[in-house]
Design a protein around this ligand. Structure first.
Ligand SMILES: Cc1cc2nc3c(=O)[nH]c(=O)nc-3n(C[C@H](O)[C@H](O)[C@H](O)COP(=O)(O)OP(=O)(O)OC[C@H]3O[C@@H](n4cnc5c(N)ncnc54)[C@H](O)[C@@H]3O)c2cc1C
Length: 446
């Protein structure tokens, strides 16, 4: 295997893995703290260019968070990286105001993020997938980290870093029944939805029956998109949930996404934190925006009038087994308490089954022996820094992998600017401060 050693003389002060909104927000925070901070920083992104959930940029889909929660405004409302300044520079500020909305389309927000990301071209390398992180030892101490990076030109490039910030987002969650079929071209995860559908359309592959698995926002959006664009399809939405529920974004509840709530939640006991998150799960998980939910209900009602049966909603239903056939997939389904099975033959399955947040920990496997753990679980400070033992000098920060310790806002856009500031300040303050070592009960997502 050809290995290219880059920057063998000088390591980067900071390497960011992933260049999504989290690390982009950090890049801005570093830049606004002074050019020197950003100077020796490199972000590595596996995609060929900046793109925010590109395969879910469905026409008409809108943000589920106010545009005021952009990359910067909560930290620095005067920043030139604000969504409002983006609109101003695009010459659309007046027209956007006339839309009278807090919720731009995802297409527009992606364009805003890309506009911001383009300003960091010198600090970001695209087409660069980090496969692992290893410790570099000097007399028994870990002084730096070495990242293995895959690019289209080279299978492995090595990059050295004094400090690391992981912002890799989620990876597709594939339900057990579908695990043996994950490479079957009839099984698509929502994170790949538009790209794979475009492929199917280009190849003229015949499609008649499609099942969408899940009952959250992505499942509803995909069901709606398929129903709208492909009038001939027989669509089944299959979910363990007993019904589709609306997401709660009411104002009192929404306070859990305020930056200061992170302090409150982080300081709670483990069990208390878990039960708080359970209580507020319906702000983000397995829930759908009310207007979309109402549209789907109308579709189903309309069928009762016309007698059509093209769309079916199969709630309280589990996919127990999947069998690949020559001309499709056969799903074995159980429903409610019943042990009886029914089968459903489909040409295509879309898994809108969410994400796992263990990408960072998997990449960091080689440094596990140096991590401070509690009950076998690695610990994270309030400033998102992984706690390590005395032999370990580099600092490693996690963005988007600390939901269990920092709350439901951790995987969202809600606290990006303040989190970026906390990480930037912690980096500037030097190695883990005494405060960071105070007894904590925080845990990272596994
Ligand atoms: C369809 C969809 C819509 C959403 N809408 C909203 C919303 O309206 N409001 C909200 O608050 N949240 C929303 N979210 C939640 C979402 O997690 C955040 O919006 C945001 O994307 C989090 O940013 P991030 O940078 O942490 O992760 P991501 O956006 O997932 O970015 C991670 C980046 O890391 C890269 N990467 C991963 N692994 C590697 C590797 N090994 N090497 C190099 N690069 C790597 C990825 O390619 C990606 O670009 C939505 C999520 C989805 C899926």
């Amino acid at each position: 295997m050809e290995v290219q050693h880059m920057h063998t003389l000088e390591p980067y002060d900071l390497v960011g893995v992933g260049f999504g909104p989290s690390n982009l927000s950090l890049a801005i925070a570093l830049a606004e703290a002074g050019e020197a901070r950003l100077g020796n920083t490199l972000f590595l992104e596996q995609q060929p260019g900046f793109c925010w959930h590109g395969s879910m940029l469905l026409e008409g889909s809108t943000m589920q968070i106010s545009f005021l929660k952009d990359l910067v405004s909560l930290r620095n409302p005067r920043s030139r990286f604000s969504f409002i300044n983006y609109l101003h520079e695009q010459g659309r500020l007046s027209d956007f105001i006339n839309l009278q909305t807090f919720f731009p389309t995802r297409l527009e927000f992606n364009d805003y993020l890309r506009w911001s990301a383009d300003k960091f071209a010198d600090n970001c390398r695209y087409n660069s997938r980090v496969t692992s992180v290893s410790p570099i030892l000097e007399q028994g101490r870990v002084t730096e980290l070495e990242l293995s990076v895959e690019t289209p030109e080279r299978p492995t490039t090595r990059i050295r870093a004094r400090n690391l910030v992981m912002g890799v987002g989620g990876r597709p969650n594939i339900p057990q029944a579908f695990a043996p079929h994950r490479d079957n071209d009839r099984v698509i995860h929502s994170s790949d939805y538009l790209r794979r559908m475009d492929e199917i359309i280009r190849q003229n592959r015949p499609l008649r029956r499609v099942a969408v698995i899940g009952a959250g926002q992505s499942a509803a959006e995909i069901f709606h998109d398929l129903g709208n664009r492909f009038g001939h399809l027989e669509l089944s939405l299959i979910s363990r949930c007993r019904s589709m529920k609306p997401s709660d974004d009411s104002p009192f509840v929404n306070e859990i996404f305020n930056p200061e709530y992170t302090d409150y939640l982080y300081d709670r006991q483990d069990s208390q934190r878990q039960s708080l998150m359970e209580e507020y799960r319906n702000t983000n998980y397995s829930v759908v925006d009310m207007p979309l939910l109402e549209t789907l209900f109308q579709w189903r009602y309309q069928q009762q009038i016309t007698g059509e049966t093209r769309l079916s909603f199969m709630f309280d239903t589990r996919v127990e087994q999947v069998e690949a056939r020559d001309n499709g997939l056969q799903l074995a389904l159980s429903s409610g308490e019943s042990t009886a099975m029914q089968t459903l033959d489909v040409d295509l399955v879309i898994l809108a089954t969410g994400y796992r947040r263990d990408g960072a920990t998997r990449m960091l496997e080689a440094i596990q022996p140096y991590l401070a753990t509690q009950d076998g679980t690695p610990q994270v400070t309030r400033q998102y820094e992984l706690q390590t033992d005395d032999r370990f000098e580099p600092r490693i920060y996690l963005q988007g992998a600390c939901e269990r310790s920092h709350g439901l806002s951790d995987t969202l856009l809600s606290v990006l600017p303040t989190r970026a500031q906390e990480i930037a300040q912690s980096l500037a303050a030097g190695s883990q401060s005494p405060a960071a070592h105070k007894p904590i009960n925080a845990r990272i997502s596994a």
